[in-house]
Design a binder for this molecule. Structure first.
Ligand code: FPP
Ligand code: MG
Length: 333
């Protein structure tokens, strides 16, 4: 059984909600490249892990606030989709989920603007307390203002995580601490926010929402490390993008950091730069793939999963613990 079925989240209904927010967007009337592009992004599918985490978080609150929970799930997925539009431009990825990326089907300028529009719209929805992106204004409560500020801060950290990654391109002196902080900002914080925001939308107790944030953060770290590993270990067909793409882009991920500790491998890695030949890149990527750096990275991913497991154990008396457990099982390295 897949993870969404196990949790009891109907993916088709969720996708319909995503589509509805686009088709009901008053600024997007057909024919519109923005409208058709966003619909294409939605229809390309995706694992929908972040909305799943919102739903799981909500299980730690009360059950009667489903529309607030689903609104939170939709807007966080929308934000995630927007971030991937920008990420694919930055990473010069021409494929995602086995399909051409948005800047390939349109152009870079158009894709940047569509990504900007989606981010701005998501924040605008978050600011509407009635859940309708129709521009009607209701007073925003203190609690909602606080959540909106948290969301805005999250977007800032996402941007800074991506900026750090870009800033450190081909920087082989990137420290483990810098890598972990960048990873926390670009991936783990959004996942942490999803579990917490779901709990808050369902009025869970604040200390519970805070603990869920920490669980989401640990799961997010394990997830991104595995994503970094996949770039070395899975063939192009399996991940829908070229293997070794991170290193080709100068993105120093965990396997590279560990491989740099190998005195035989380090000089080969350090000679790589933006103008290296495909053959030199391929050679180093293969060496990293068969090095102990892979096992070391898997070990760190496992240790984050273990941290999450310990925290999940604290919810032993809670009926929703099994949902968190199923989530962790899904992410387990
Ligand atoms: C995927 O990483 C990308 C992210 C986790 C975050 C991208 C964030 C931005 C581009 C900042 C701008 C975002 C907003 C919302 C303003 P990856 O390249 O390691 O993963 P991939 O293998 O899926 O491409
Ligand atoms: Mg990318």
């Amino acid at each position: 059984m897949n993870i969404h079925n196990r949790i009891g989240m109907d993916l088709a209904s969720f996708d319909r909600l995503l589509q509805e927010v686009v088709t009901s967007d008053r600024d997007l009337t057909p024919p519109s490249v923005v409208l058709s592009s966003v619909m294409d992004l939605i229809n390309a599918g995706g694992k929908r892990l972040r909305p799943l985490m919102v739903v799981i978080g909500s299980r730690f609150g009360d059950n009667d606030n489903d529309s607030a929970v689903m609104k939170t799930a939709v807007l966080l997925e929308y934000l995630h989709m927007a971030s991937l539009v920008h990420d694919d431009i930055i990473d010069q990825s021409d494929m995602r989920r086995g399909r051409p990326t948005l800047h390939e089907t349109t152009d870079i300028q158009t894709a940047v603007q569509i990504g900007n529009y989606m981010i701005a719209r998501a924040i605008e929805w978050a600011a509407h307390s009635n859940g309708e992106p129709d521009g009607s204004s209701e007073d925003v409560s203190e609690e909602e203002a606080y959540r909106l500020a948290e969301l805005a801060a999250l977007v800032t950290e996402l941007c800074m995580g991506e900026y750090d990654q870009l800033h450190h391109r081909f920087n082989y002196d990137l420290t483990m601490e810098q890598y972990l902080e960048k990873t926390r900002c670009k991936t783990a914080l959004l996942m942490a926010h999803c579990l917490k925001a779901g709990a808050e939308a369902a009025h869970a107790d604040p200390p519970i929402a805070e603990r869920l944030f920490q669980i989401g953060e640990a799961i997010g770290m394990a997830f991104q490390i595995q994503d970094d590993l996949l770039d070395f270990t899975k063939p192009k067909e399996a991940i829908g993008k070229p293997a070794g793409a991170d290193l080709r882009n100068g993105n120093i991920t965990l396997p590279v950091i560990y491989a740099l500790n190998d005195p035989a491998l380090a000089p080969k890695i350090r000679q790589l730069g933006p103008h290296s030949s495909e053959a030199d890149m391929d050679d180093v990527i293969i060496h990293i793939t068969v090095s102990t750096a892979i096992e070391q990275s898997e070990q760190l991913a496992r240790s984050y999963a273990e941290q999450a497991q310990l925290m999940i154990g604290e919810f032993a008396d809670h009926p929703a613990q099994q949902d968190l457990q199923a989530l962790l099982q899904y992410f387990l390295p």
